[in-house]
Design a binder for this molecule. Structure first.
Ligand SMILES: [Zn+2]
Length: 509
């Protein structure tokens, strides 16, 4: 008997359908697994046979051949165990011949026949639904995740025996209920900007950065509160739309980072990476590339604390995704693209001891300071939209109680500014000022005549480049949006320029 079971695999963020075929015939007893398989899939043969035996199903002494097609696609991972077992059971006529029609199946088997959780269930179920499948059989632990997709039955199974019983009609399957997703986002961190005393300039810079999706660098002495300010950014990010939620959940599903009982990602990510991060962990990588931290930070924040301590080569690799909002990884078998539309927030000390430019306290030599700052290259710096100095909070500010704005109030302004941008760019396929191309900047971020003259004067003085000039205009546009103004005004431009002044002070002397 010959049988086919539909399954799927992930290739980057793309889902590929795989037909698992089994043929059982008389002949020398043997078990053969073919179809351009990686070692994990080759080992599936042994796992599947043991799991079948331990599910009280007798494997006859026959010739069993299993093929995974198409043959030109490399098969990886352990999610084919369950469909391989099912295809064999179909071919052995252990289960009725039509019981797996219009059904997609994925799952890993352990030797005792238990079905174990796999990654990437959400994108696979989404594609199965588009293809017209009526049912998906997935590991029980992935059931809730699959149930995020409307218009397809998702059946979670815990054991191979259970699968048999369902296919034979001995057990009624209990498909997971499709969940209408609630978008109410309650910030669980309990943090709030109201807890940060003073620091109004920095808080303002953060607000502008978030409103326009701009990258931010904070420079300041240790203990000035850079990290505390960064960690509160999620409290003012605009809520995710359903579409963004699903896009993020897909990535987290592939990485196996979803919460089992509530699998939908409803909050914008805040990913803090350590200085020891490798290129592939940060950007994505592997033989069949998987997304890295920058893609896990998609639609949210990537936080690099103590950025001067990062390997310079790793930072330089960030330049391309910062510019293009996505990352391309080249492999022999083609190009993979992952989204990387994040706000980069970085923090650093101004010198090894952290006290520069306070010469009473700083005991570093000029050469030491320069080499420290030099770890951030000029091209990298050019890709940062907003630089801000964070100073230690004066005593009076620390003692003052109340009077600080709450995150909720700041978030309201951010949301308003984002809405303005969304509407303005509805026909351009972008959402924020930071995504504007150079041509679009020239059309959209128009200055008044007198401001053009002013810009001309400061261009040389501030050592602006073509790239930083456009960044200033984008940031000015965001400041005008926060102000609810249609035109960029002089004060908006001057504030945007102030976010580049530090660049000059520390790096161009
Ligand atoms: Zn120092």
């Amino acid at each position: 008997m010959f049988s086919t079971v539909l399954s799927a695999a992930l290739h980057g963020l793309c889902v590929e359908f795989i037909d698992v075929e089994a043929d059982v015939s008389n002949g020398l007893p043997m078990f053969h697994l073919v179809g351009y398989l990686s070692s994990e899939v080759k080992e599936a043969g042994e796992r599947v046979r043991t799991a079948i035996r331990n599910s009280e199903i007798l494997l006859p002494a026959k010739k069993i051949v299993v093929n995974l097609s198409p043959a030109d696609k490399r098969k990886r991972g352990t999610a084919f165990d369950l469909p391989i077992a099912a295809a064999i059971l179909l071919a052995l006529e252990e289960v009725p011949p039509n019981s797996l029609d219009d059904t997609l199946m994925i799952g890993e088997l352990s030797l005792d026949g238990a079905v174990k959780r796999v990654t990437g269930v959400l994108p696979i179920v989404m594609e199965a639904q588009k293809r017209g499948c009526k049912k998906c059989i997935v590991p029980k632990e992935n059931q809730e995740e699959g149930a995020l997709v409307e218009g397809i039955q998702v059946i979670g199974v815990a054991h191979l025996k259970e699968v048999c019983a369902i296919l034979k009609g001995e057990k009624k399957p209990a498909p997971a209920k499709y969940k209408r997703i609630s978008q109410n986002r309650a910030d669980k961190s309990g943090l709030d900007y109201a807890e940060i005393k003073g620091q109004h300039l920095t808080k303002r810079a953060v607000e502008v950065a978030v409103a326009g999706n701009h990258n931010l660098l904070m420079v300041g002495a240790p203990g000035a509160g850079k990290t505390a300010i960064a960690k509160r950014i999620p409290t003012i990010l605009p809520p995710l739309t359903l579409e963004e939620s699903m896009e993020l959940t897909k990535i987290y599903s592939i990485m196996g980072e979803l919460n089992q009982s509530y699998p939908l990602v409803t909050e914008r990510p805040f990913r803090e990476v350590h200085q020891s991060v490798t290129k592939s962990a940060l950007l994505g990588g592997g033989t069949i590339p998987r997304p890295g931290e920058i893609s896990l930070a998609n639609k949210g924040v990537l936080f690099l604390d103590e950025i001067a301590e990062f390997q310079k080569s790793v930072l330089e690799m960030l330049r391309q995704p910062l510019e293009e909002h996505s990352i391309k990884i080249l492999r022999e078998k083609g190009e993979y693209e992952f989204p990387a539309e994040f706000i980069m927030v970085a923090a650093m000390n101004p010198c090894p001891c952290g006290n520069y430019p306070d010469l009473n306290k700083c005991n570093c030599t000029t050469a030491q300071i320069q080499s420290y700052l030099g770890r951030i290259s000029q091209p990298f710096l050019d890709r940062i939209d907003i630089c801000v100095e964070v100073e230690r909070v004066p005593y009076e500010d620390l003692c003052r109680t109340g009077g600080e704005e709450s995150s909720e109030e700041i978030q309201k302004r951010v949301v308003k500014a984002r809405d303005i941008q969304k509407e303005r760019y509805s026909s351009l396929g972008i959402q924020t000022n930071s995504q504007l191309s150079i041509q679009q900047v020239e059309k959209i971020c128009v200055l008044k005549e007198e401001d053009k003259e002013f810009m001309e004067q400061v261009f040389e003085k501030m050592g602006l480049t073509a790239r930083t000039y456009h960044k200033v205009l984008c940031v000015a546009r965001t400041i005008a949006d926060l102000d609810g103004k249609e035109m960029i005004e002089g004060r908006h431009l001057r504030e945007a320029l102030s976010y580049r002044a530090m660049n000059q002070k520390y790096w161009r002397r």
